[in-house]
Design a protein around this ligand. Structure first.
Ligand code: TRP
Length: 460
C-alpha cells in the first residue's frame, strides 16, 4: 500500500504529486474554461485545484458581493513565489472581489522566531510596497496585522473549542515536543480566514482563499471548524429534497429550545421553526415537513442547486439568533515553481529564487547559473532536444515572465525539437525577467506613496 501524503505547511520539502494530492484530499480540479477571463496561471494549470470555487464564481456572475482573503508571512524579502499569490488576488479583485490581506506576523513570530517589530518593518517596506507596485487597488484592499486585530484571535480561540490535540496532531504532525505558539498559529489563521464574514468586516458573503497547496491543511481545519460551529445542517434526503437539522451545542442549546434539564422548550422550539419556515417560504418553498421535536425540517422540492440559497438563509437566521453564521471558505491552490537551484524556493536561500528587490545584474547571474534541461553538448541537444519541463528558465517564463501563450508554446516546441539551445532559453528568460523587473521597480517607486492607504485603520 502507498503511504498517505501529509502536507506540512512549514516544511522545506513538499510532495509535488499533485494528482494524488487532489484525490487524497478531495479537491476539485480547476477548469479554465469555466472561469471568466482566466489568467495565465489558470490557463497553464498552475492554479490547478480548488474547493468551492464554483460558489464564488456563481456570486460573481450574479453580481453579488464576494471577497478574497489571503496572508503572507513577513519573514524576509518578498520573492517570485509570493508574487504569484498577489497575481491571483489581483485577478479576483478585477472580477469584483473586495480584498483583505493578513500580515502573518504572529505566525512568523511563532514559527520563524522573528520579533513583531521586525515583522512590521519587513511587511511595510517589502510586502505592502510590492502590493502597491503590482497594481492592487488601494480603495478595495485592506492589509492588516494578525497581532493588532483582536477579533481574529478571538475567533480562532472560540472555534478552537471544537478541535482537540489529537486532531491537530493528525493534521499537522504536531507531537509532545511541539511548542504551543506553533500549535496556536493555525488557529489564528482560522480567524484570519473567517473574520471577513463578520458584519463589521463586510458581512456574510463567499470568501475565497488563494494559496499554495502547502496551505491546504489550514483550509481543511477551517472548513471543519466552520461546519461544526453552524447551528443548522443542510443535507440531501435519500429520495430527493434537502433536509435542515438543528445542530444543538452548549452555546446555542437555549436559543434552539433546550431546557437546562435537557428537555425541549416547545414554545422556544416552535418559534425557531417559525423563523425557519418563514425564511424558507421567502425562497419559494411552501411544502415543508416539520418535526420540531426531532429538530428536523424536510424540503422535498429542493434540489442541490437550491442548497446555496438555503444555506445563506440559514446562516442569516443563525446570526439573528446569536450565532456566528459562517460559510465554509472557498480556496484555490497553485503549484510551486522550482527553485533556481532545483530545490524549493525559499527566502532563507537567496540563490533559490529571485527577490522583487534584486538588481538586474544579480537576476542575470541567478538565471545563468540555474539548472537547465539542456543536453551535455550542443551536438546532442540538436539531435535529441531539451526538456522544458525541468528547465528552470523555461519554467520561469511559464510561471512569471511570458504572458503570451503562443510565444510560450513556440519556445516549448523549439526547445524540445533541439532548434533552441539552453543558452538561448536562458538569454530569453534573462531579457523577459529584466524587463519585468525594471517595470516593477519603477512602479514600486511610483506607487510608494500609496502604501499607507492599503493599511486598515487598526494597522497604521
Ligand atoms: N500561513 C501562511 C504562510 O505560510 C500565511 C497566512 C496567514 C495565510 N494567514 C493566512 C494564508 C490566511 C492564507 C490565509 O505564509
Amino acid at each position: 500500500m502507498v503511504e498517505d501524503i501529509r502536507i506540512d505547511p512549514w516544511s522545506s520539502s513538499q510532495s509535488t504529486d499533485y494528482g494524488r494530492i487532489v484525490d487524497q484530499f478531495g479537491l476539485s480540479e480547476v477548469d479554465p474554461d469555466l472561469l471568466p477571463s482566466p489568467s495565465m496561471l489558470h490557463r497553464r494549470r498552475i492554479v490547478f485545484a480548488h474547493r468551492d470555487l464554483d460558489v464564488v464564481i456563481a456570486a460573481q456572475q450574479a453580481g453579488r458581493p464576494f471577497g478574497v482573503l489571503t496572508g503572507l508571512m513577513p519573514s524576509g524579502a518578498m520573492h517570485l513565489g509570493h508574487k504569484m499569490v498577489i497575481d491571483q488576488v489581483r485577478w479576483f479583485q478585477q472580477l469584483g472581489a473586495d480584498v483583505t490581506i493578513a500580515v502573518a506576523d504572529l505566525e512568523a513570530h511563532a514559527t520563524r522566531g522573528l520579533s513583531l517589530e521586525q515583522c512590521r518593518k519587513t511587511a511595510l517596506e517589502e510586502y505592502v510596497a510590492n502590493y502597491a507596485a503590482m497594481g492592487l487597488d488601494p480603495e478595495r484592499t485592506s492589509v492588516y496585522f494578525q497581532s493588532t486585530r483582536p477579533v481574529v484571535q478571538r475567533l480562532g480561540f472560540s472555534l478552537a473549542r471544537k478541535v482537540n490535540l489529537s486532531e491537530m496532531e493528525s493534521i499537522y504532525g504536531f507531537d509532545g515536543e511541539s511548542n504551543l505558539a506553533h500549535v496556536q498559529a493555525p488557529l489564528v489563521q482560522v480567524g484570519d480566514i473567517v473574520h471577513p464574514m463578520l458584519d463589521e468586516h463586510g458581512g456574510l458573503r463567499p470568501i475565497v482563499v488563494p494559496v499554495g497547496i502547502d496551505q491546504d491543511p489550514h483550509l481543511r481545519l477551517t472548513r471543519g471548524l466552520v461546519a461544526k460551529s453552524n447551528w443548522f445542517n443542510l443535507n440531501p434526503i435519500k429520495h430527493g429534497g434537502l433536509s435542515v437539522s438543528l445542530s444543538v451545542q452548549d452555546i446555542n442549546a437555549e436559543a434552539l429550545g433546550i431546557t437546562p434539564e435537557g428537555g425541549i422548550d416547545s414554545v422556544r422550539r416552535a418559534s425557531v421553526f417559525k423563523t425557519l419556515t418563514s425564511g424558507l417560504s421567502e425562497l419559494g418553498f411552501a411544502d415543508l415537513l416539520q418535526n420540531p421535536k426531532h429538530g428536523t425540517l424536510g424540503i422535498p422540492s429542493a434540489t442541490a442547486a437550491d442548497a446555496s440559497d438555503i444555506r445563506n438563509t440559514l446562516l442569516g437566521i443563525e446570526r439573528r439568533l446569536g450565532g456566528l453564521g459562517l460559510l465554509q471558505p472557498a480556496s484555490t491552490y497553485h503549484r510551486f515553481a522550482v527553485g533556481l537551484t532545483g530545490d524549493k524556493m525559499s527566502s532563507s536561500d537567496p540563490k533559490s529564487t529571485i527577490f522583487l528587490s534584486d538588481d538586474i545584474d544579480s537576476i542575470e547571474k541567478k538565471i545563468r547559473s540555474a539548472f537547465s534541461g539542456g543536453r551535455a553538448t550542443v551536438e546532442e541537444h540538436r539531435r535529441l532536444g531539451g526538456d522544458p519541463d525541468v528547465d528552470v528558465s523555461y519554467q520561469y517564463m511559464m510561471y512569471f515572465f511570458e504572458p503570451d501563450d503562443d510565444a510560450l508554446k513556440e519556445c516549448n516546441e523549439a526547445y524540445r525539437s533541439g532548434s533552441m539551445l539552453a543558452g538561448e532559453m536562458k538569454q530569453l528568460c534573462v531579457e523577459k525577467a529584466s524587463a519585468w523587473m525594471r517595470e516593477h521597480q519603477e512602479l514600486k517607486q511610483q506607487n510608494a506613496h500609496l502604501v499607507d492607504s492599503f493599511l486598515a485603520d487598526d494597522s497604521r
